[in-house]
Design a protein around this ligand. Structure first.
Ligand code: PEP
Ligand code: MG
Length: 549
């Protein structure tokens, strides 16, 4: 067995024979026997044909992978109209008395090298695109077609690089996965692979001798195994079977509302800790992000993350969610989540200590940096802000005041801002008892049942010895949830759960009967929960014994 690593484009398993695809380098003669005018006319004719082909590819991509992904072929059409590119081709033809194919190929290479050298990842990814359009023109001029990438047998395709047009032309029924030596995870080829749901690895240093051998792509661990050992193969087959089951469930539920049989709707959102989790959110068709644990940005940094750094992260999440709600919880550091650069003292009782909103309200410069970054990202989608560990009305008012201060500053600076919904976590008994008053301050409540259980039952959630006592079905917890829902609703707040209890299917019916508006759970829990919700009928007597309320 041989193994190699790369960068995974999609979490998935592919099993099958490898097929190495080598692009023929088209030999182009440099010097033309024709006049530059005649070569320019040949180039123009080929360019028009290439535009037609790109139009057809756009239509194919539109039908198969949707408008957003098809746009790449419009970009290719624009690149083929680009003045700088056309001037470069013209220059080579006229100055070197070159053939149109040599000029197109040279301009393609030069522009590609220029894009590849840029700092911006998006522009770097354009290097492949400009090569792609030039190759298309050259093939038209030389009358040469690319070697077939696939044969009759389904296989894992291996290539140095794949262009978007090659990727979209692949016959999906014969494509198990693909592996490339080059390419970036921002490239359109990678985006297309994700959309087409094909396990793919890029940046793999593959060996020509792999051709025809049996292999496994393990997209979860960014690995390819060539001629895998029997035990590994069995484990991978099992994983793939479970992925297929999940995919079938998704197919069944995709875009369907989360409504019970008797018509009661509840939103199902996802909890994330990182930008990289957003892929999973979309894969599982969540309606929004109910909890973005922003402290992970701080935990992964060596120093306080700057406003710009945070802004770019929030913007990326918000843009990717394309108008769906993104609830960003402000910094919840302290207790078990420590970053040394905060210089926090060692505490006797860290869970009851200097943490979360307590740090934010006393170290305002840290808080304001984050609030400004979130507000700036609000121009790109539906952003909500949520404050953690609230115990008083005073804290909420202070936090809102700082938010308003940031909004005023940014407006004065001429920055575009969107509407921002404001909410709080209900995760302390104090917040539950004050739910009536707190609801008058905010737009929503999200119940943090992990901490609410810890503080209500006086059980350290970090202490494994206490697991047997950590009863999140405790009637005290369930009554608190019900109380918060009722108080919230009385004052026009919507109420959700973002703690682990939200995914507990033995309580889903209870939560619906209590009137919860939203459940935010880890991405992998979304589909089973949606299936459960769609099977419930609240008009009937509960079949499950309702927990003691
Ligand atoms: C909670 O306390 O339930 C919660 C969602 O927040 P965290 O687990 O991050 O403390
Ligand atoms: Mg919490």
């Amino acid at each position: 067995m041989q193994a190699a690593t790369g960068k995974s484009i999609l979490n998935g398993i592919a099993i099958g024979p490898l097929r190495i695809y080598k692009k023929e380098e088209t030999e182009t003669s440099v010097t033309s026997a024709l006049t530059p005018e005649a070569e320019l006319a040949r180039f123009e004719e080929a360019r028009v044909k290439a535009q037609e082909q790109l139009g057809q590819l756009y239509d194919k991509a539109l039908a198969e992978v949707g408008e957003d992904n098809a746009t790449i072929f419009e970009i290719h059409q624009m690149m083929l109209d680009d003045e700088d590119y056309l001037d470069a081709v013209k220059g080579v033809i006229e100055m070197q008395n070159a053939t149109a194919e040599y000029a197109a190929s040279t301009a393609g290479e030069n522009f590609s090298a220029m894009f590849a050298a840029m700092d911006d990842a998006y522009m770097q990814a354009r290097a492949t695109d400009v090569k792609d359009i030039s190759r298309r023109v050259v093939n038209i001029l030389t009358g040469q077609a690319d070697e077939a990438m696939q044969d009759d047998q389904p296989a894992i395709l291996v290539a140095d690089d794949l262009t978007p047009s090659e990727t979209v032309q692949l016959d999906k029924s014969k494509l198990l996965g693909f592996i490339t030596r080059y390419g970036s995870s921002n490239s359109h080829t990678a985006i297309l692979a994700r959309t087409m749901n094909i396990p793919a690895l890029i940046g793999v240093d593959f060996d020509e001798s792999w051709d025809g051998k049996q292999a496994v792509i393990d997209g979860y661990n960014s690995c390819v195994y060539v001629e895998p050992a029997a035990e590994l193969l069995t484990a991978m087959e099992e994983k793939r079977t479970s992925d297929l089951k999940q995919a079938a469930l998704l197919q069944n539920l995709k875009k369907k509302p989360n409504v019970t049989l008797d018509g009661r709707e509840i939103k199902v959102y996802a909890n994330i800790g990182n930008v990289s989790d957003v892929g999973l959110v979309l894969q599982n068709d969540a309606q929004g992000i109910g909890l973005f644990r922003s402290e992970f940005i701080y935990l992964e940094s060596e120093d306080f993350p700057a406003e710009e750094q945070q802004y770019l992260i929030y913007k990326r999440v918000v843009e990717t969610m394309a108008g769906k709600k993104v609830i960003i919880r402000t910094l919840d550091i302290g207790a078990d989540k420590q970053a040394s650069y905060f210089g926090l003292d060692k505490e006797e009782n860290p869970a009851l200590g200097y943490r979360a909103i307590r740090i934010c309200l006393t170290r305002k410069e840290i808080f304001k940096t984050q609030l400004r970054a979130i507000l700036r990202a609000s121009a790109f989608g539906a952003v909500s802000i949520m404050f953690p560990m609230i115990i008083s009305v005073r804290e909420v008012r202070d936090a809102k005041e700082l938010l308003e201060e940031c909004r005023a500053e940014l407006t004065k600076e001429g920055v575009n801002l969107g509407q921002v919904e404001i909410g709080i976590m209900i995760e302390t008994p104090a917040a539950v008892m004050l739910a009536e008053e707190l609801a008058q301050e905010v737009d929503f409540f999200s119940l943090g049942t992990n901490d609410l259980t810890q503080y209500t039952l006086a059980i350290d959630r970090q202490n494994p010895k206490l697991d047997q006592f950590y009863d999140s079905h405790h009637p005290a917890i369930l009554r608190m949830i019900r109380y918060a829902v009722e108080a919230g609703h009385r004052h026009g707040c919507w109420v959700g759960i973002c703690g682990e209890l939200g995914a507990d299917q033995t309580l889903t019916e209870t939560f619906l009967r209590m009137g919860l508006d939203e459940l935010s759970v880890s991405p992998s829990a979304i589909l089973p929960l949606r299936k459960m919700i769609r099977g419930l009928d609240l008009s009937k007597e509960s079949e499950t014994k309702a927990p003691l309320l």
